[in-house]
Design a protein around this ligand. Sequence first.
Ligand code: CAO
Length: 558
Amino acid sequence: MSKQQVTVPDIGGAEGAEVIEVLVAVGDEVSVDQGLIVLESDKASMEIPSTVAGRVVELLAATGQQLAEGAPVAVIEVAQEEGVAAEEAPAEEAASSDRGTPAAVADEQDSRPVDAPAAEQTPAATPVAASGQGASAGSEQTVSVPDIGTDEAVELIEICVAVGDTVAEGDSLVALESDKASMEVPAPSGGEVTELLVRVGDLVKQGDKLLVLRGSPPAAASTPAPASTPEQTPATPPASAAKAPAVAAAREAAPAESSGTYAGPAVRKLAREFGVSLQQVTGSGPRGRIVKEDLHQFVQKALSGKPAGAVAGAGIPAIPEVDFAKFGPVERIERSKVDKLTAANMQRSWLNVPHVTQFDEADITALEEFRAGLKPEAEQRGTRLTPLPFILKACAVALRDNPRFNSSLADGGEQLVYKGYIHIGMAVDTPAGLVVPVIRDVDRKTIWELAEEVLELAARARDRKLSPGDMQGGCFTVSSLGSIGGNGFTPIVNAPEVGILGVSRADIKPVWDGQGFAPRNMLPLALSYDHRVINGGDGGRFMTRLVALLGDIRQLLM
Ligand code: CAO
């Protein structure tokens, strides 16, 4: 056994960043690239991954601490094979070793700065990607998404500028967010925004075009001489750039005056979670930047009945804060981000959507017999077949037959959008909180395909490996507590979807068959829907169809 210390890699800012979440505990087994802590600066938030696989024997970082590059995070006891210590393996030997051995770990460490985060967790490696004419006066350049450290598309959550705005080098142009990090893309040089090529909500990858900048005359550039020199960054960063600090995090950004608000991604994200428009918050940071404290004060004021602003649920009396310690010992812990986001989404749906929940039971005796008969085949295929894939398939057919359930409100309620696809979200209970990955085109997939996807998405959800795209585009949600228990619950609609099915635990019950009581396997179902879109008749028809489909799965083929 050898011990290795994981330290904070280059996070693009000498001042460091705050530890906002510790993801592991002493004694936990961790794999290479598994997140240990989450750091957040005013420009970016990022997971700091383990560079080795092993057991956490010491945690050297705690929530609230400010950490700079090189600060120790944790000590990992590395499982050692054949007496070769990771740090002793020569590079050549390491390169030829099997992946996953300590030697291979040493190889990875050699190939990037020892404590650099894995590519997928590094917000970005080059300051900006720009093509075209550079920033010379009057010439145009297209600004593209720089190396954001992942091949996966990330969501564009904010456009900080508008056509006609004049920006200085380093001004934030757009903000991007993945499940691992959020980051701002700065202007490569000063100029005027002449064209926007993206919209909020777009999923973008490295190299995708963002906007067009027309270079300002040198005199108009607000940055000093070196920075106003046209800087033509190649679309493919040179090798040395690959180790450059994170996008924008490396820069002391100037205020994005044109957007009217000046705040880092972490503050912007928090504002979205609170449902607060940053336009209403006064910044107390340098040059009027909005810092977290400003947001907290704004929300506190809003909840205490002072100017309510845009807080969701404004006008509703706040639940008073209680000093629980008065009544006995207590422990206060920070909630995970997923947890807080879920809470905000739930409250938003609960306050906006007039809910109705309808109950029924499906007789799944035949389905369960059929499923039991498929167990050997499932084993052969290396998968597991639970009732969920059948329920998803039945929902897809019921959605096809009742298209209003496959719609969403638009234009402030003036229009309904009917979707020509059937993507169904599946609530997954994870240690970090509730997440809802989406299975696409459920109507077109076989039961086996659905079974595999359920397993795969649930595993990725629990390992926190879902991308934002995995959780978007749902038309309807299934929340199954069947494996956990209970005989009924009222699920909250996952707006802007209009329906959600809550599945409880099936049980053998005596059912009257016209002549006597017969033991039948009954599955309790609860269908919640948005009564602005779905009326009782629609709800009844959907549920009746679903119960019929699950009662006779041959109909799923029709
Ligand atoms: N009735 C009886 N048994 C059921 C059942 C039901 N309705 N649903 C599942 N089971 C059984 C399965 O068949 C399996 O047993 P076998 O292996 O013997 O067949 C066992 O329970 C475990 O199932 P599972 O949970 O591993 O798999 P699943 O496909 O049923 O569910 C998933 C997958 C990801 C949806 C589930 O694990 C999960 O996270 N559920 C929680 C969702 C949630 O939190 N919802 C609340 C949201 S609102 O707060």
